[in-house]
Design a protein around this ligand. Structure first.
Ligand code: PMP
Length: 402
């Protein structure tokens, strides 16, 4: 018998661990400031009405068979998904190779595996990940046998984007290096480059022959506008930078458990595209055979029906607006309490997350003593705030910084 007792335990996932502790907590004041899924003002997961309508339409089909998809996934869905993140022109003329994946994580994974196999620049290629970043990024790329490194993106003093640091790290990376970039609503800092800064970065990428791995899990959450939020992708496309796009529908459609995502690779010709698609299919076949069907059917229904699509677009804005509103309310409460710190960065940052600037010790106090659960990084998941708990959370934050 194999002696599995000798296996080391992997490092636990801090977010899942924190949420497990939250679930066990019986204190009535408890607040979850770490959810990874969008909550409404009642603290409940929001089933988007457009998605609910599409789901009802699909399951009422008398012939719905839960059949396998083809290995590439739901091809008409992939085309709609590509339109959303790359734009109509790129889809019509850009020779986009797409693969349906198991959520955004699957898109990152398959993108990483593909690049490990085929991104050959004669020598080792490093993958640069923003510091800080979504906690799974390093693991996913290391799992695909890459050495991962960090690039600067956050200035802890100003609690804003460290653009100078980011630019310097991009500028000094070796030709062919891969940079994982958050398209919008950076997780965990909420600090995105401006359009002009993306333009500048895309020019450096082109000049230096760098590869852009554009990860997009929150399109529409930063500004409330799906088109404005994809500016980074537009900028890199315009410059003709080599890239992959990893797209997730988990948050933006509330389809978390359906694991809906896509990987898109713009190619230089139809000839190249066919090869890329076939290689992506070959990887998929070996790993999971084919992506799950149900979420793709639902989202295709939403995206191909003009009325449902515009309803969905307005629902994304509702989510984004609520997050901005909660940022404003939290800051207003903190100002009312005359907290010594300046909290304006909370309203300047965008999307689901805010890097509050609370230290590990202060975050631990929030969690352990105030029952307001947040990770040691001080990342606040803004969606955890509601009209009824924002005042309490502000009081706790005021307390820990005094
Ligand atoms: N990338 C980033 C930056 C994320 O924040 C997330 C989700 N937390 C993902 C990828 C993965 O998304 P999914 O849940 O669709 O796998």
């Amino acid at each position: 018998r194999l002696d599995y007792e000798v296996l080391p335990l992997p490092k636990p996932d801090t977010m899942f661990e924190l949420l497990a502790r939250f679930d066990k907590d019986t204190d009535p004041r408890k607040v979850n400031l770490a959810p990874g899924a969008y909550r409404d003002d009642n603290g409940l997961i929001w089933l988007l009405p457009s998605v609910k309508a599409a789901t009802a339409a699909i399951i009422s089909l008398p012939t719905y068979e839960h059949q396998y998809l083809g290995i590439q996934g739901h091809v008409p869905f992939l085309r709609q998904a590509a339109r959303l993140i790359l734009g109509d022109v790129a889809v019509e003329t850009g020779h986009i190779a797409s693969l349906q994946t198991s959520g955004g994580t699957g898109a990152c994974h398959t993108g990483a595996v593909f690049l490990k196999k085929f991104h050959d620049v004669g020598g080792d290629v490093d993958v640069f990940i923003s510091n800080p970043s979504w906690e799974n990024h390093h693991a996913v790329f290391q799992h695909a046998d890459f050495v991962t490194r960090s690039y600067r993106c956050y200035n802890a003093k100003t609690r804003s984007l460290d653009f100078a640091g980011m630019k310097a790290d991009v500028d000094t990376a070796r030709r062919g290096s891969i940079f994982v970039l958050h398209v919008c609503a950076h997780n965990p800092t909420g600090c995105d480059p401006t359009d002009e800064q993306w333009d500048e970065l895309s020019r450096i990428f082109k000049r230096k022959g760098l590869y852009a791995f554009l990860d997009c899990a929150y399109q529409g959450f930063a500004t409330g506008d799906l088109v404005r939020d994809k500016y980074a992708v537009e900028a890199f496309l315009r410059e003709g930078v080599d890239m992959v796009v990893a797209q997730s529908f988990s948050k933006i459609a509330g389809l978390y458990g359906e694991r809906l995502g896509a990987l898109h690779i713009p190619c230089r010709s139809e000839f190249a595209k066919v090869r890329v698609v076939e290689q992506l299919k070959a990887i998929n076949r070996r790993e999971v055979s084919v992506a799950p069907r149900f979420g793709a059917d639902i989202m295709y229904h939403v995206l191909s029906d003009e009325a449902l699509k515009s309803q969905w677009i307005s629902e994304v804005k509702i989510m984004s607006d609520r997050l901005s509103d909660m940022r404003r309310r939290l800051v207003a409460e903190l100002q009312r309490l005359n907290t010594s710190c300046n909290w304006e960065h909370i309203t300047k940052q965008r999307g689901m997350f805010s890097y509050t600037g609370l230290t590990a010790e202060q975050s631990r106090y929030m969690t352990d003593e105030c029952h307001a659960y947040m990770p040691p990084s001080g990342r606040l998941s803004v969606t955890g705030l509601t009209t009824s708990n924002v005042e309490y959370v502000a009081r706790c934050m005021d307390h820990v910084v005094r």
